[in-house]
Design a protein around this ligand. Sequence first.
Ligand code: ATP
Ligand code: MG
Length: 310
Amino acid sequence: MAQPEVISMGNMLVEIMRIHLDSPLNEPGTFVGPFPSGDTPIYIDAVARLGHPAGFIGAVGQDDFGRCLLDRFERDGVDSSRVRVLTDHTTGVAFVAYFSDGSRKFIFHWRDAAAGQLAPDYVDPAYFGATRWLHLTGCNLAVCESAREACYQALAYLPAEAKVSFDPNIRPEVLSAEQIRALCDPVIERADVILPSLGEAAMLTGARNDEEGCHTWATQGKLVFLKQGPRGCRVFATHGDLEVPGFQVEETDPTGAGDAFCAGVTVGLLERMSLDEVGRFANAVGALAVTRKGPMEGTPTRAQVIEFMR
Ligand code: ATP
Ligand code: MG
């Protein structure tokens, strides 16, 4: 498949996580993994599982962690013809610990790994001919300069009629709010859909709170889906906003819910669902994502979503 309908790009990582809660990463303990991960890989894999032709631009090392990611893409039908397998870098890794207050702590091996080598020359204009949707995230703009330039390059090659979605997904520990805004603004300007988590809309717009920030984007003509964990989501559009309650599930692993949710929004909008239906569909995809251990393990197929929503 040379020209996918939906494209994403960025950090291809495997995740290796603590088995037990409250087992900090500075002490010996037991891990489980590798699980295929990375915010945009989780997203694109979910889009493919939901039935839309999807392709990814990124890099892995020529090692078994890279194989783990490529095998998952192959199994789920993500085109990886634009994923480079590098011989001089190893595959990116994220180590994760979970704590009983619900927080998580990460150690990323990314910038110096294959994932950090993504650069503008990875972005082939010929790949974008049939693209209807490009999904970008803030962490790929913030962590490494060459990956950021690659994301901007993709925007330049994207057909004018194609939609862009943007998930801020930014950890402000690394950069100041002003720096983050400067990096995200070129993408936010082009974005049709913005998918913030709690706190991100306020930070990126400079508004007093998320609600005000989401309204600001909506008045600029953007469609905004504010992710609210188990509570579901809130949708902001030029003509008003609506609350779409979440589904009740047993949460096993929250990582990846946001990315799976974004995939649900993309698919719902591509299929011209009503905003309420898009919110419900994406909530269902996000809810199912948290029911299994591992960032991509709970990502549902379309049949599973439909069955779950009944
Ligand atoms: P992450 O960055 O960890 O992937 P996020 O903060 O971007 O997540 P969340 O708001 O945690 O995103 O989750 C995205 C969506 O997934 C929510 O809006 C909701 O629809 C669904 N979801 C997440 N957690 C749960 C849960 N425990 N129960 C039901 N639905 C959930
Ligand atoms: Mg998020």
